[in-house]
Design a protein around this ligand. Structure first.
Ligand code: GLC
Length: 419
């Protein structure tokens, strides 16, 4: 049995002045996509708090529309790299990259699910300009090749920080030489976290942004790391559909044709990323001008993005079915057949529950209800086996990994498993 009282208690515990920290200690600030998922959890028992979560996030939006991946609302010694390393000059100190844009989807779901329609309409309407600015930013600054496939400038921007999908492009990035102290290893076993070498490279990319004045043209020209992350492309695509719906509801018709043409461009371009052999859409290394071979849960997200045609969706459903059978707990973030699969290490194998929600939602939309339900019961099994709401779960043992009392895990239980 899943204990939803504890899930609610976790959100209350992690509540900090209008935003929810992912977990105390390890992640003491507001993270972009965590916050969107967490708002869906709040919605089930405290709607006012759910909307507040969104407003707090959008207060940190940059003038150019970018919504940062971290907002540093206060000071904390327990996280590195902090605002001084990022060097961004924003109203609320922040990182200088974004994260998968779940917000328009979350707001649209909150509007539909709200028990207080008048309030929800007022709140969603107030958030609409920020959402529009955010999507414009993605399509203007990050669609570097003008083909509808937005690009990531940092592995952390994918939200799947150390996915083996990024190993190849990251290997090109020089390492910083200066000394620093990682704080994550004070909270979590190093076997469950990314390695030192990767961290040196992550920091190089952060410095590169700062040196190039956060200018997308300069960064694109200078950076050894640019990828098309199919996960982000898919989440953006779905969110843009939701944004169009919001525009319709609130009479913002002028914005719709532009957004629709972005959808059409993405839809046309993404088919070139399809790999019939792998039965999924592959990420792309822009610098090497080549697909990235690794099959991860990110490469299944076109189901959530509604970017697959029926035949592709059928092939992906068959792949998911096999994938579920290939490890004891699913869906493992990296396919168990991969040479880089590690069931306990962060995005290289463990199960992440919000990703399960997205893939199941996608499968349901394509009519694979039974398979979606299997993912849901697998998700429940992770929480039951681990006996708590962990950051992620070992895909072989079901053990809880990373941080405990984790907001988005509790939120997924409330919003999805509890229904
Ligand atoms: C890690 C995850 C990222 C998440 C953040 C806070 O960096 O990779 O997806 O947003 O932690 O939970």
């Amino acid at each position: 049995m899943i204990d939803l009282d504890s899930a609610r208690a976790i959100l209350r515990q992690n509540d900090q002045d209008g935003h929810t920290v992912p977990t105390r200690g390890l992640y003491p600030f507001q993270w972009n996509w965590d916050s969107a998922i967490t708002a869906l959890g709040w919605l089930t028992f405290d709607e006012a708090r759910a909307w507040e979560e969104a407003h707090t996030m959008f207060r940190g939006q940059w003038d150019n529309g970018m919504l940062p991946h971290i907002l540093f609302h206060g000071h904390s010694e327990s996280y590195f790299p902090g605002p001084e390393v990022w060097g961004a000059k924003a109203a609320i100190p922040s990182s200088s990259i974004s994260q998968p844009p779940v917000w328009a989807t979350a707001i649209n779901l909150m509007l539909q699910r709200s028990g207080d329609a008048a309030r929800a309409r007022a709140e969603a309407r107030a958030l609409l300009p920020g959402l529009l600015g955010y999507h414009e930013w993605w399509y203007r600054d990050r669609d570097r090749d003008n083909n509808g496939l937005v690009q990531s400038f940092h592995p952390w921007e994918s939200g799947m920080d150390n996915s083996p999908a990024w190993d190849g492009p990251l290997a090109r990035v020089p390492e910083v030489k200066w000394k620093y102290r990682r704080r994550d290893l004070g909270h979590v076993d190093k076997e469950e976290r990314p390695g030192r070498l990767e961290y040196n490279r992550y920091l190089h990319l952060i410095e590169l942004q700062k040196k190039n004045d956060f200018d997308p043209e300069l960064i694109s020209a200078a950076s050894p790391y640019r990828v098309v992350d199919i996960g982000t492309v898919s989440i953006l695509h779905r969110a843009t559909r939701d944004l169009i719906e919001l525009c319709r509801i609130f009479g913002q018709d002028a914005a719709i044709p532009g957004l629709e043409s972005e959808l059409a461009r993405t839809r046309a371009a993404v088919s070139a990323c399809w790999s019939g052999r792998d039965r999924c859409f592959l990420n792309r290394d822009i610098i090497a001008d080549a697909p990235l071979a690794e099959v991860t849960t990110g490469t299944l997200l076109p189901l959530f993005g509604l970017l697959a045609d029926d035949e592709q969706a059928g092939a992906m459903a068959a792949l998911v079915e096999e994938w579920l059978g290939a490890s004891n707990f699913g869906l493992s973030s990296t396919h168990p057949a991969s040479a880089r699969y590690e069931p306990q290490r962060y995005w290289r194998g463990p199960v992440w529950l919000h990703i399960n929600w997205m893939i199941a939602e996608g499968l349901r939309a394509y009519g694979y209800d039974d398979l979606a339900e299997r993912i849901r019961s697998n998700t429940r099994k992770c929480i039951e086996t681990a006996g708590g709401y962990y950051e992620y779960f070992n895909s072989e043992t079901g053990e809880g990994c990373g941080g405990g009392n984790f907001s988005w895990t509790a939120a997924v239980a409330l919003y999805w498993l509890g229904r």
